[in-house]
Design a protein around this ligand. Structure first.
Ligand SMILES: [Zn+2]
Length: 633
């Protein structure tokens, strides 16, 4: 090897600062290269987990003007330290890219933190009543007319522990107020008689489209409302104001930065969501990069092109062009629903073969094929035209599909659109994909379709055992939540939390991708009774789990050129963990905490020992002006 390349080779091993020294000593080049301009921040003495193409690891990162300008060894970082550079000693801790959540409901989640919560607990009816009375007693000023809104009700756990409740259970509480309780999957409401009256629901009220008013043997409403029937009640309730929504967005951002989320996609959005986040954007309050998937109404399938033009007009009003490293609002996706949920009693996920029904008794069950395969909310032609028009309008389709028939039909629509528009570089996603026919596993890679998975659903829970095991039968149950199989078939898997369907607990959820079992001592688990492994679908490696919530979710959201890994030139969206997710004991993975969150080089959250950094940063940072959508001017 000639001397200069050889020196350069050695210098690369030693770090960039050594290059100058070695080259000048070698006498080959009399003018040393100019030192790099000083970085704003250097993080050193860490375990830098980059998620780059070769999964490389480093010690130090330098950041200037919100972007990464150096990744390497501590020695090389020294060249980036100037008199004004803030140097952070990571003390050996793990630094990784910020989390990217490919599917979340931030406004809904933020709003729910302000409501009476049943906290996802497996309650008996009596325990629920005690909690409801406590909420009522704590807000007596709302008597007699103010609605009591109750969230995070685990209906499946209650039916397993006790029985399905009814309005009589609420009517005997000490109150005159209307009460509405929403299940964790948002597919069921339970209301009291006062709420039924205000909503105008009587024995004579027919089921609305896409929903059911459950009635007793005498034909009277029980208080249970499934899917679309809940909207009869919400129409009778006071609606949140713009100021309320902005506050809900603010709460969500606060929770997200504490857990290390630096980008996310709001998975069912309308103009109200865009308005709320625009308000925060103008005030310089965005501490994560928000994306929005605009809701496509199933009823609009017959006139997809016009409906898409209307969505496009709204999206264009709020979508903000990039503004340096500052978070901006991106509206690039359209959300459509192919089906509902797998769980009994709803069973609204679209299957290739029927749900099974018990033809025997409770003591001697005999499960046989029933008459229902569940609904599909769009026809074959319908979903094809919606996906085609979404892509024509410049959107990426984000399709809710849970059952194997709904997934297949979604993939068929992607294939059709790829044929029709061979030059369109769209990135379709299937959200949830809880049951996929094995023949369809390889199609995700072939069609460049991203499955957006919620790994926590691969733990045992009332919703994943009692509510689905027998109705699906052993063959299908053995391949529920197929992220391992999809990965083996070459799919680019992204993670989506679906919060607030589950509690916000990112590292616990990621740990279940690695173990496919709950950790009974974790607060978000379902306890020792549900500690076993869900099924034998393959486990993900820790590296794959982390890639799914960083670079792969960034790919889904078309942000992978800018973020998702720690590489020179990318935005400095990074987090510091309290332990190494790559080497911690398996039962400790779920307890991983985020100590520092940085978005575009700005520290937006810090806990001990880094807490003083957040204080200093808050004093130094002024809101950055961002473009204002015309409708907001
Ligand atoms: Zn969702």
């Amino acid at each position: 090897m000639p001397i200069a390349p050889k020196l350069r080779f050695i210098a690369e091993l030693l770090g960039a600062s050594a290059l100058t020294l070695l080259v000048s000593c070698g006498g080959q080049d009399p003018t040393p290269p100019a030192p790099p301009p000083p970085a704003d921040m250097v993080l050193k003495n860490g375990y830098v987990y980059t998620v780059d193409a070769t999964q490389s690891e480093a010690q130090a990162v330098a950041v200037r003007e919100g972007r990464i300008v150096y990744v390497g060894q501590d020695a090389g970082a020294q060249a980036h330290v100037g008199s004004q550079t803030r140097v952070i000693d990571l003390g050996g801790r793990m630094l990784m890219p910020g989390l990217v959540d490919g599917h979340i409901h931030p406004l809904q989640g933020g709003a729910e933190t302000l409501k009476c919560s049943l906290e996802y607990l497996p309650l008996t009816v009596a325990q629920m009543r005690t909690r409801l009375q406590a909420c009522l007693d704590a807000s007596k000023d709302k008597e007699p007319g103010g609605w009591l809104e109750v969230v995070s009700w685990d209906r499946q756990a209650m039916s397993t522990a006790d029985r399905d409740p009814a309005r009589a259970d609420l009517d005997s509480l000490t109150t005159r107020r209307p009460i509405v309780i929403t299940s964790i999957d948002h597919h069921t409401s339970l209301v009291n008689s006062r709420a039924l009256t205000l909503a105008g629901i009587t024995a004579a009220t027919p089921n609305p489209a896409g929903g059911s008013i459950i009635k007793d043997a005498l034909g009277q409403p029980t208080g249970i409302l499934e899917d679309g029937a809940s909207s009869l009640v919400s129409a009778a309730m006071p609606q949140p104001t713009d100021a309320d929504r902005a506050q809900h967005a603010r709460i969500a951002l606060d929770l997200l930065r504490r857990q290390g989320v630096t980008s996310f996609m709001s998975a069912i959005s309308d103009e109200d969501d865009l308005k709320a986040f625009s308000t925060l954007s103008r005030a310089g309050e965005l501490t994560a990069r928000p994306q929005f998937a605009m809701r496509f109404g199933t009823d609009d399938a017959g006139k997809a092109a016009q409906a898409m033009a209307a969505i496009k007009a709204v999206a264009d009003r709020y979508h903000q062009a990039a503004s340096g490293a500052t978070p901006v609002i991106s509206v690039r996706h359209v959300k459509l629903f192919m089906d509902g949920v797998l769980q009994a009693p709803a069973q609204t996920a679209g299957l290739l073969a029927p749900y099974k029904v018990n033809a025997g008794s409770d003591s001697h069950p005999h499960w046989v094929d029933g008459g229902s395969k569940g609904p599909l909310y769009l026809t074959d032609d319908g979903v094809k035209s919606v996906v085609l028009e979404a892509v024509r309008a410049g959107f990426d389709p984000h399709v809710h599909a849970i059952g194997d028939a709904a997934v297949r039909r979604s993939l068929d629509a992607f294939a059709y659109t790829r044929e029709q528009l061979p030059n369109a570089k769209f990135r379709p996603a299937v959200a949830h994909a809880e049951l996929v026919d094995p023949a369809d596993y390889p199609r995700f890679k072939l069609l460049d379709a991203v499955p957006v998975m919620s790994f926590q659903w691969a733990q045992q829970a009332p919703y994943s055992v009692e509510a689905v095991k027998d109705p699906l039968g052993p063959e299908r149950y053995a391949r529920m939540e197929p992220e391992g199989s999809l990965f083996a078939a070459g799919a680019t898997i992204a993670y989506g939390s679906d919060w607030p369907v589950d509690p916000m607990a990112y590292f616990y959820n990621l740990s279940i991708g690695v173990t496919r079992r709950g950790q009974p001592t974790h607060w978000a688990s379902f306890g020792p009774a549900y500690a076993g492994r869900l099924n034998e679908d393959a486990l993900l490696t820790r590296a794959t789990a982390l890639r799914s919530i960083t670079l792969n979710a960034a790919y889904q959201l078309r942000m992978d050129a800018e973020l998702g890994s720690i590489e020179v030139g990318k935005l400095a969206d990074m987090i510091v963990l309290d332990r190494s997710f790559m080497t911690a004991q398996e039962e400790q993975l779920g307890f991983t905490a985020v100590l520092l969150t940085m978005v575009g080089g700005r520290i937006v959250w810090a806990d001990a020992p880094f807490a003083p950094l957040a204080m200093a940063q808050r004093q130094a940072t002024n809101p950055v002006p961002v473009p204002v959508p015309p409708s907001e001017r």
